[in-house]
Design a protein around this ligand. Structure first.
Ligand code: WQD
Length: 327
């Protein structure tokens, strides 16, 4: 099959492209390069520069490359920015998806995989979040991902021959190789790297949560495992037409901020005591995936743990910014 991978020049998208190629699939990247990096697209994979808001361009890319499946990762993904710019987020993430789905249905594409997020759950008050845990997003970013899931599901149900899946990513980290590391500094791991390599104390956003060490607990997933989950999903959609899946992509392991910083210290060789600052508004105490459904539906299970995520992300950080182990 030939897969159009929107956002394929982004951090996660570039890993999905490689996993798809390794699985013997054909890939075409569609990316507006607003945050994507053209050099991340492997040689031999066509890169079409365009926005998913441009139905004409995306339709042309689908036809010209004989696309039979779409993995849609292109989106805005910064929670704080989404609070400032909700109209922008709804336009990019919901309207961009609507336009894309319109091109997909016009062209008779068979499979559609949507990049969703654990942000759809908001502040879940459960030990393990299942796909049936109520979705109550608490910021525009999460709202656009939930609305996106509805749009994808409704379109799949209304379109004979179109199979769909929404993958709810938990906290993604790591890299397949240094040059594919996340270039953004918006999440815990790169934020801690940045502080450490500046010689400053990493920040802990609150240590008075109802968790074992008081700091926030998350389910971290290696981007290479996440990319493999897309391959398994693609396979499933192809083999079972009419499928309509919603799956958590996590590891069912809760890791606290303190624990993550401890492991970052051990792996990077930097050892600057973190400073506890106030809670970040909107941060839930604990968000950990139940990974049952994805195991049952796809037979997929993560292979890597937080040490591999941190070590590979650290190699990427050092390659981009310098600051070798232990200085
Ligand atoms: C993880 C934990 C922080 C930085 C967000 C989005 C989610 C998804 C992934 C997008 C929390 C704590 C962080 C720091 C800290 N987004 N922290 N010090 O908030 O779980 O999820 O990113 O695609 O939708 O909500 O991820 O990496 O920001 O934070 O203590 O310097 O680390 O409070 O407990 P989060 P994160």
């Amino acid at each position: 099959m030939t897969w159009l991978i929107t956002g394929g020049a982004g951090y996660i998208g570039a890993h999905v492209v490689r996993a798809m190629l390794a699985a013997g699939e054909q890939a075409v990247v569609y990316d507006d390069l607003s945050t994507g990096i053209a050099e991340r697209v492997p040689d031999g994979v066509p890169l079409v520069v365009g926005s998913t808001l441009d139905g004409e361009a995306v339709g042309r890319a689908i036809r010209e490359h004989g696309v039979t499946g779409v993995v849609h990762l292109a989106a805005k993904k910064q929670v704080a920015e989404s609070v400032e710019l909700p109209l922008h987020y709804y336009r990019e993430n919901v309207e961009g998806l609507r336009v894309l789905l319109s091109a997909v249905t016009d062209a008779g594409v068979a499979s559609f995989v949507f990049s969703s997020s654990a942000a759809v759950y908001g502040m879940p008050d459960v030990d393990l979040v299942t796909e049936d845990t109520p979705c109550v997003p608490i910021n525009p970013y999460g709202e656009t991902k939930l609305a996106g899931e509805w749009l994808v599901r409704a379109t799949g149900r209304a379109t004979p021959g179109l199979s769909t899946a929404s993958l709810r990513y938990f906290n993604v980290a790591g890299a397949a190789s240094p040059e594919l590391a996340d270039a953004g500094v918006f999440n815990l791991v790169p934020m801690v790297f940045e502080k450490l390599t500046e010689g400053a104390a990493p920040r802990v956003f609150g240590d008075d949560y109802a968790t074992p060490d008081g700091t926030g607990v998350r389910d971290y997933i290696h981007v290479v495992d996440l990319a493999e989950a897309h391959v398994a999903t693609a396979r499933r959609l192809r083999e079972a037409p009419g499928t309509d899946l919603t799956l958590n992509i996590g590891r069912e392991e809760g890791v606290s901020v303190r624990r993550m910083i401890d492991r970052i210290h051990a792996i990077s060789g930097y050892d600057i005591e973190p400073v506890v600052v106030g809670r970040r508004p909107g941060d839930p105490a604990r968000v950990v995936a139940s990974a049952d459904r994805v195991a049952t539906e796809l037979g997929w299970k993560a292979r890597y743990g937080v040490d591999e995520m941190i070590a590979s992300a650290w190699a990427g950080w050092v390659a981009a910014h310098g600051g070798g182990p232990g200085r």
